[in-house]
Design a protein around this ligand. Structure first.
Ligand code: CTP
Length: 397
């Protein structure tokens, strides 16, 4: 979504300016070409050289800088941008924009653009609650400006409350969303992700190598494309995607009850979680002590959540499963598609290089009910997520 896009990152003078450096790094990593405009107070917090080095483009700071104006004037920057992101945006910047004041390069360029503008406010909690600020924000929202809302937390000024700039990774989600076609609008999508943990005793468990990246990428992409998304997640070390309802589950049984109770209301269910097939027959209350002989753990079977969803599938509901295989990919995945009453299965050979667990990429094959299958090349999980959602839309036509 961000690959090849031209983004203007406006940085205003707040302490959160240091976080704009991380945002810039994430934008560049996503393939965007980023041009930074800093207000003069922003340069008091972070040097233009930092942004210039990371963006690979000259940083624009003053409206009367003849060299940069000649090379790429502010109007040309306003015209070329696919998206403007203002992070952090101070109350002063928001006040000026809301009242048509264009007295520096950033406000002038923002007013001259037809591109979407995403504003990430950062300020003291009382400023954020100030009624004049609230009116300014409301006015901008009415005129189509997008906001990446600040969160509550400990603020640099010593206060606690709402006013802390949204984390850069979540602003990135909002940027993706701002640039996406809303072709999934109106759809309710349930995604499951990550592994499950089956406890043996208070210190040990059985699990698998799933990182949750694939499911999280699907949830993020679906939300960016306008869907209402719920993500049921096993224990992972990923941050929650922006704008997605997150339900945490640890064991397969917990995941089952979280999913089954809400499944009926979703149009699409995509089950990317790597659910443990077995759990210990008994969870010991105390830590199992080591003995001199061998030890074994008796296992009992977990419910197959996806098979249960296949049985209760209502008309109009699209059910997508995953198949993690190490051999006979096509045959094994096709059998799961049939047995679990799925509309499509995403098969991946988890032993192939660049595919499967704990990597950023995946090689997948889509298999359908009519026997068709398509193999995709090695792609990032972000791209695979988009490809899956494209197929879901086709299946629902
Ligand atoms: N699945 C599930 N509940 C389980 C096991 C699997 O919902 N108890 C779902 C997974 O989320 C995935 C699909 O079933 O979408 C296939 O999972 P996979 O581990 O590949 O296959 P299994 O059906 O468990 O079969 P096997 O382990 O024998 O390959």
């Amino acid at each position: 979504m961000l690959n090849g896009k031209t983004i203007v990152l406006g940085v205003t003078g707040g302490i959160a300016a240091y976080k704009a450096v991380e945002l810039l790094r994430l934008l560049v990593k996503s393939g965007a070409s980023v041009h930074v405009i800093m207000t003069s107070s922003a340069t008091e917090f972070v040097t233009p050289l930092t942004f210039q080095t990371l963006s690979g483009n000259p940083v624009h700071t003053g409206i009367f800088n003849l060299v940069t104006e000649q090379e790429i004037g502010h109007i040309s920057l306003a015209d070329r941008a696919d998206l403007f992101i203002i992070a952090p945006a101070t109350a002063n910047f928001i006040g000026k924009l809301a009242n048509g004041i264009a007295d520096d390069l950033l406000t002038t360029t923002v007013m001259a653009t037809k591109a979407p503008v995403l504003i990430a406010p950062a300020m003291n909690v009382n400023m954020h609650e100030n009624l004049i600020y609230r009116e300014n924000e409301e006015k901008l929202r009415r005129h189509g400006y997008l906001f990446a809302d600040p969160v509550s937390g400990y603020l640099a000024c010593g206060w606690e409350g709402k006013g802390k700039m949204l984390e850069p990774a979540l602003i990135l989600d909002e940027a993706r969303s701002a640039l996406s076609l809303k072709d999934l609008k109106g759809l309710k999508i349930l995604v499951t992700a990550g592994p499950t943990r089956e406890e043996i005793d208070p210190v040990r468990y059985i699990s698998n190598h799933s990182s949750g990246r694939m499911g999280y990428a699907i949830a993020r992409a679906a939300r960016a494309r306008g869907a209402e998304v719920t993500l049921v997640s096993g224990p992972v070390s990923l941050g929650p995607p922006s704008g997605v309802e997150l339900v945490n589950a640890v064991s397969a049984e917990e995941m089952r009850s979280a999913v089954i109770t809400i499944a009926g209301k979703f149009d699409v269910i995509i089950k990317a979680a790597a659910v443990a097939d077995y759990r210990p027959a008994h969870r010991e209350v105390q830590k199992i002590k080591k003995h001199c002989g061998e030890e074994s753990v008796e296992l009992v079977k977990n419910c197959d959540i996806l098979a249960e969803l296949g049985k209760m599938k209502r008309s109009g509901q699209t059910l997508v499963g995953f198949a993690a295989e190490t051999e006979n990919l096509l045959k094994n995945a096709a059998a799961k598609l049939e047995a679990k009453n799925l509309d499509m299965i995403v098969a991946n050979d988890v032993s192939a290089e660049g595919a499967g667990f704990n990597v950023e990429t995946n090689i997948v094959r889509f298999i359908y009910r009519d026997g068709r299958s398509e193999e995709l090349p090695l792609l990032t999980k972000e791209t695979v997520a988009g490809e899956i959602l494209d197929r879901v839309l086709i299946l629902r036509r």
